[in-house]
Design a binder for this molecule. Structure first.
Ligand code: NAD
Ligand code: ZN
Length: 266
């Protein structure tokens, strides 16, 4: 719904299939010179990776408080590595970019999108062909040694894991860990600084599939808006920032974003 519109009580703001959403989004995109895309777990729901919150929230026999916590990882890295072996490896290896990931990459290739800021750790923006991806929470398909910080690909980590649990560094025998920001850890300062610069410089930020309740990441759309950019939010469930957005659309991203980006027939 366009916030400047006169409220139309005949239109519920969720699940209303209305081409007006696509038209309004397309207009804002056509007017923009520098678009920044901000994504959360919702964009990857259409790639079969469950979100934590909202529609289709995550289900797993593993407890995120354990596999995603630095304190727990230090105490018992095997818990994470069992979760990886059992669930995460195949989920991440098999996942394919959604139509929205592909549309974002195509807009970047055309020079219309300057960067993608993501809370996701699933590598799908890169798989779709995006180049300038600011990963606020890291990437769960990359690994490194806790001691010497030597990097490992997912295949290398998996091969070592097949021999030994938890997998150890081939150089120094330190424990391998995922290159993600675990609960209890700081966001990477260089990435967050760059994301703030991008938020300040863009003239349109499009949020796709984020509940916008996880801070400090959710500050970025606020910052874009207060620096004069237009703000669009595409998320199935309402978010706390809908009231400041120029346009919000409570529908699955794949229903609106690829079309608005000109990737699919309407
Ligand atoms: P979130 O799980 O809090 O919220 C996801 C939002 O996506 C929900 O509000 C839901 O309404 C919406 N959504 C679901 N399907 C959608 C669709 N098809 N189209 C549009 N919207 C849809 O996600 P978040 O705000 O990104 O924060 C959760 C944290 O969990 C992040 O920090 C992230 O690191 C992590 N996480 C990452 C992944 C991933 O990498 N794919 C998956 C789960 C959680
Ligand atoms: Zn090492």
């Amino acid at each position: 719904m366009v916030n400047s519109d006169i409220p139309d009580n005949t239109q519920s703001d969720s699940h209303q299939v209305s081409d007006k959403d696509i038209t309004s989004l397309k207009e804002l995109m056509d007017e923009a010179n520098r678009i920044v895309i901000f994504t959360g777990a919702g964009i990857s729901a259409e790639s079969g990776i469950a979100t934590y919150r909202g529609h289709g929230g995550i289900w797993t026999k593993y407890d995120a408080e354990k596999y995603a916590s630095i304190d727990y990882f230090r105490r018992d890295p095997s818990y994470y590595w069992n979760f990886f072996k059992d669930v995460r490896h195949d989920m991440m290896a098999d996942a394919q970019p959604s139509a929205s990931h592909i549309a974002v990459a195509e807009l970047e290739r055309q020079g219309r999108v300057s960067s993608i800021i993501t809370q996701n750790i699933d590598n799908l923006h890169y798989k779709a062909g995006s180049k300038r991806v600011l990963e606020l929470h890291g990437n769960t398909t990359r690994f490194y040694c806790c001691d010497c910080r030597a990097p490992y690909t997912m295949t290398e980590a998996k091969n070592i894991l097949d021999e030994r649990l938890p997998p150890l560094c081939l150089k120094c025998s330190g424990v391998l860990r995922p290159d993600v920001v675990l609960f209890g850890e700081m966001l990477p300062a260089d990435v967050i600084d760059e994301a703030h610069r991008e938020a300040q410089m863009c003239d349109l930020m499009i949020v796709i599939g984020s509940s916008l309740v996880v801070y400090p990441a959710a500050n970025l759309p606020y910052q874009a808006k207060s620096s004069g950019a237009k703000l669009v939010i595409i998320n199935i469930d309402p978010t706390p920032l809908d009231s400041v957005a120029d346009l919000y659309i409570h529908r699955p991203a794949g229903e609106v974003f690829p079309q608005a980006a000109g990737m699919k027939d309407e």
